[in-house]
Structure formats: structure tokens, C-alpha cells
Design a protein around this ligand. Sequence first.
Ligand code: FAD
Ligand code: NAD
Length: 472
Amino acid sequence: MSNVRTARVAVIGGGPGGYAAAFAAADLGLDVVLVSDEPPLGGTCLNRGCIPSKALLHVAKVIRDARQARTFGVTFSEPSVDLAALRAHVGQVVSRMAGGLSHLAAQRGVEVVHGRARFTNSRELEILRPGGERELLRFQEAVVATGSRPAELVEVPAGSPRVMDSTRALALEEVPKRLLVVGGGYIGLELATVYAALGSRVSVVEMADTLLPGFDRDLVRPLMARLKRELHQVLLKTRVTSVEDDGEAVRVRFAGEHAPQDEEVFDRVLVAVGRRPNTEGLGLENTGVRVDPAGFIQVDAQRRTADPAVFAVGDVAGPPMLAHKAAHEGKLVAEVLAGRSVAFDARAIPAVVYTDPEIAACGLSEEQAKAEGRNVKVVRFPWAASGRAAASGLSEGMTKLIVDADSEVVLGVGIVGSGASELIAEGALAVEMGATAEDLRLTVHPHPTLSETVMEAAEAFYGMATHIYRKS
Ligand code: FAD
Ligand code: NAD
């Protein structure tokens, strides 16, 4: 006879979607059990995603900044990297944050059950515990927050020790001499940045005609220029056609416009071609939940599935697969469960690629505006005209606003440059608040800062940015 628990709310998955939902539900007075199949809370984001990658990107930035200091007349010797110490540092960052989450769960009275959950019907989960025993959890409502996993490529042999997904790449087993990154998206470029700084000769192969196909081209251009200098090669409009591990190295063939004719040899290959939602093995067939052809759970604006007792948030509920989107949805669902009349209506979900330079955007992009035939005016402020950027060697950056030409409301913001990840928050607030270019222009920004580029881009909308001149 299985042990039977009961709870008002069952949350499946301890990532940013799941723990945000569970914590908020508890804060709102609901009785919550969170089921997680891995002991540390934090999910992909904390354990093998956002946080370890940013810890490594910080190290990469320190190395590159030290190298760039040469241009200011300051020279450091080349770094020597103690991989074991670096791995330990990243591990400590992750475990400190995971410990904090467990503590926060306990303080709130959120019961965390370690095991793999599967629906037996719309009101009951079976939990397979690590020791093999089974428990039942009966609930009134469930929140599915089971996240996603790396997509695989059929051309790549399974089980090769030299072919990595992002989880293995973050484990930093070694710094390969020659690394091939398949996929010029978020993960491919962030990890290419890390490995290049640590000393690998990195090649990136991307099937689209640009890196980061979801971002406006003018935002990607400065990054592309930098990567062309710092990576061995960036192959666009190119696909991998065969990957063979000969026991010592990986032999790769390519096809496409700029593809190398001959086979190339690498010490490691990182496959970063997207992620797939975790919906298999969840027993969704025992509920009324519906899944779309790509495997994402279909949800409405309150993140309720086709089964009225089941909600879904985060990566499993559809793109964008970003931690802050997952957390926002998790908190929203908690409010819905507490009886509040709320729905997901964010106008801007910022997207940030933490490369060097960083790329950040929110709201409407210029390319989207064009495709939709919107009457917008796009204004740009080049960081070459910013005193702070010049002082810090960051003149390659650019800030742009996509503004409704009639109402002057700011619909979108794009930034490329160091620190874009922090600067975009002002853009997100502007878009969310329905601010006009006038609001941004009239907000006094501190000098000298990169944030002034947002204000001056807004001034450019009125043809009067102090530090750029355009004859009308
Ligand atoms: P997850 O974080 O994937 O958590 C799901 C959890 O559910 C996991 O612990 C999983 O083991 C568990 N689970 C699955 N099935 C079951 C089951 N049946 N029973 C019990 N538990 C189960 N996003 C950003 O916004 N910023 C970044 O900088 C960023 N960097 C990233 C870097 C990398 C290398 C990767 C891979 C991702 C990155 N992401 C980033 C994406 C981000 O990690 C995800 O969007 C986010 O983790 C999604 O949260 P989630 O709660 O939906 O799912
Ligand atoms: P991605 O969708 O960002 O990029 C995948 C890239 O691979 C695309 O550019 C695609 O055109 C390319 N591609 C697909 N198949 C290919 C093939 N056969 N050959 C060559 N190129 C191919 O996916 P990702 O980089 O794996 O990241 C997954 C998701 O994780 C992201 O979409 C994002 O939602 C999330 N993430 C976010 C961050 C962040 O917020 N900074 C960081 C990492 C991951």
C-alpha cells in the first residue's frame, strides 16, 4: 500500500517556474507540496544553466578585460587557469544558492518531496522516490513546471565522450584545443565565449544566415565583428552532415554556402541547437492536458491547461524559454490559485545574450515591426558618442528604440554593448508602463553612464540628441 499525502497545490519541478509558483502560493496562504526529481532546488537554471554559465562568463570577462587593458597601457601576463579550482568555484556558487532556496522553502512551510512525479488522474500524482518506493499525492490543483532538455541532432552519434551538450560543457571537463559549437544561438555563443577565453580554438556552425536569428541584425553585428576576431571561424548557412568519433578526435563534415569542403577535426563538439519540453513520462494522457506538435503544453492566459485542475508554467508551457518568464508565470499561477483575477499580459519579456558585447532586447523588434507593417520610427544612439563608453573602451555599443510614430509610445528597446543586460531593465519598464519617447527624454539620467544612451536615443526621436548631430 503506497503512502498517501494530500495538498491543496502540487507543483512538479523545482526550477524557477516551479519554486516561484510554490513560494508565492505559500505566501498567499495555500498548502503546497513541491515534487522535484533532483535534490537541489533551482532546476536547469541554477544547476546547469543560467547561474553556472554566468559564473564562467564572468571569468571569461575578467580574462578578456585583462587582455584589453593592453590598449590602455596596462599589461598583465597571460592567465594560468586552474580548472579544478574554477569548477569548485562554480560548484560553490550553485550550492550556496540551492541551499538558500531549500531554506526559503522550509521557512515558508513548502514541503519538498524528492522523486519523479507522474499523473494517475487529474487529482493524483504517483511519486517514484529515489529508493524505488512509490507514494501518492492527492491535490486540488497541480502546476506542471518540468522544464526542458537539450535537443539532439541526428547527425551526431549518441554516447561519444567527445560530444557534449550544455550540461557537460558547463562541467568544464577540459579545455579542448579545437572546439566545434553547433548552433549559433544563446547557448552556443555564451559557451563559445567561455571556451575561447579559456584558450580553445573555437569554430561555430549555424544553419541560419545570421547568428542569433531572433534578434535585429544591427544588434548582432558588433558581436559578429568581435567573434570573427576572437574565434577561429563562424560558419553561417552551414549544417553539419556527419560527425564521427574515431576514438581520438571528432571528424566532422559540413554542407552549405560557406562550408569547408574537407572534413575538419575537433577535440570536442558542443551541440546547442535548441531545447525540447519535458512532457514525456508525466502521465499527461491520464489528464485532460493537451500538448502541441512541438511537445509544449497548451495553456491559456492564466496558464491553465485544457484540464481545469492542471496549470503549466516555464519552458514546458512554451517559448520564450527564459527563467524570468518561467518565474513570472509561476507567480501568476499562484495568484490565480488564490482566487485573484489576473492573467499574463507582460508587454515586454527581456531577452539577453551574455556574450561580449552583450545583446539585450525587449518588446517589439525592428524586424517584427517591419514584418507587421507597423508605423514606427526607429532611433539609434551609437555608444561612440558616449563619454562613459569611450572612457571604458566600449564604443562598439549601440542603443535603439522602436517608437510608435503617431503616439510616440516606446514599443521596443534593443541594446548591444557591455552591460546591456542591466540597461535593458529600463527599456522593459518603459515598454511595460507605456512610456513615450518624451518620458525617457525628460527623465534625468546620471552622467557619465551608459544609461544616458537610452535618454539620448529618445532625444534622437525628436532630432535633438545632445551628442549626435543630424541635419534635418
Ligand atoms: P527547469 O529549470 O528546467 O526546471 C524543471 C525541473 O523539473 C528540473 O529540476 C527537472 O529535473 C524537474 N522535473 C522534470 N520532470 C519531473 C518530474 N516528472 N517529476 C519531478 N521533477 C521533474 N534563462 C535565462 O533567463 N537566463 C539565462 O542566462 C539562461 N541561461 C541558460 C544557460 C543554459 C546553459 C541553459 C541550458 C539554459 C539557460 N536559460 C537561461 C534557460 C533557463 O534555464 C530556463 O528557461 C529555466 O530554467 C526554465 O525554468 P523551468 O522552471 O521551466 O524549468
Ligand atoms: P537557440 O534556439 O537559442 O539556438 C539554437 C541555434 O541553433 C539557432 O540559431 C538555430 O538556427 C541553430 N541550429 C539548429 N539546428 C542546427 C543545425 N542542425 N546546424 C546548425 N545550426 C542549427 O537554442 P540554444 O542555444 O540551444 O538555447 C536553448 C534555449 O535556452 C534558448 O532559446 C533560450 O531560451 C535558453 N537560454 C537562454 C539564455 C539566456 O537567457 N541568456 C542562455 C542560454 C539558453
